[in-house]
Design a protein around this ligand. Structure first.
Ligand SMILES: C[S@@+](CC[C@H](N)C(=O)[O-])C[C@H]1O[C@@H](n2cnc3c(N)ncnc32)[C@H](O)[C@@H]1O
Length: 212
């Protein structure tokens, strides 16, 4: 028990270290008002770091929401990098565009596409992207991941958020369909010889894989 309370303390400490920009805070408030989930501050900081490590110029995001994750990604990307972000909810994307503008991001650096990811992703170019973030429905994550693999250049990174699925993935007694689907996504990624992969406990769990 002492171990798990120390882990909880570590988690709170890690989240507290991530200083969120005013624009991301604005997007987070809009997400709360709309009743949608968004990445935690520590996950956002991790996304910024991944984007900066890659000096990312071409990033795809599945699940724009109100722009919390997008704001963090743009902060880490190359100054001329372009974020292509997809969501079925265009009203949420309007909030995201507001957050990107508040962050001082030129409109030419974001491409917000309204629609279902599986209608949009197949139209994007093979091997052209440095980073793909998958943050929509867990039931679609396997399909989004397969598209991400196609879109990434060698050395490009795919990130799947909420990978610990409300702390249920690690509990073998949890067998609801969403938890099983996320476990299957993790297994597929970890066993894929075309990827270097790991699972981080940051935020709600972050599955990260680099294309070989
Ligand atoms: C968890 S929220 C994204 C939050 C956002 N990434 C952030 O952290 O600020 C998930 C989003 O995925 C969108 N979504 C769900 N299914 C989708 C699909 N099949 N294609 C595109 N977007 C989808 C929802 O409308 C919702 O805005």
């Amino acid at each position: 028990m002492a171990g798990s309370s120390a882990k909880a303390q570590n988690w709170v400490y890690t989240e507290g270290l991530a200083v969120e920009s005013e624009a991301a805070q604005q997007a987070r408030a809009a997400a709360a008002e709309a009743g949608i989930e968004c990445v935690t501050p520590a996950t956002g900081a991790l996304l910024e770091t991944f984007a900066a490590m890659a000096r990312a110029k071409h990033v795809v995001e599945v699940g724009t929401g109100t722009g919390v994750s997008g704001t963090w990604l743009l902060a880490g990307m190359a100054s001329d990098g372009v974020l292509t972000t997809i969501d079925v909810e265009v009203d949420l994307q309007r909030e995201a565009r507001r957050a990107f503008a508040a962050a001082g991001i030129a409109s030419s650096r974001t491409r917000t596409i309204g629609g279902r990811a599986m209608d949009v992703l197949p139209r994007l170019a093979n091997g052209n992207y440095d980073l793909v973030l998958v943050d929509a429905e867990v039931t679609d994550a396997a399909d989004h991941l397969a598209q991400a693999k196609r879109l990434l250049r060698p050395g490009g990174t795919v990130v799947v958020t909420e990978a610990l699925w409300g702390d249920k993935v690690a509990d073998p007694a949890r067998r609801d369909s969403d938890t099983v689907a996320m476990r299957e996504v993790i297994r597929t990624v970890m066993e894929d010889e075309g990827l270097h992969a790991t699972l981080l406990p940051t935020g709600g769990g972050v599955l990260v894989a680099v294309k070989r």
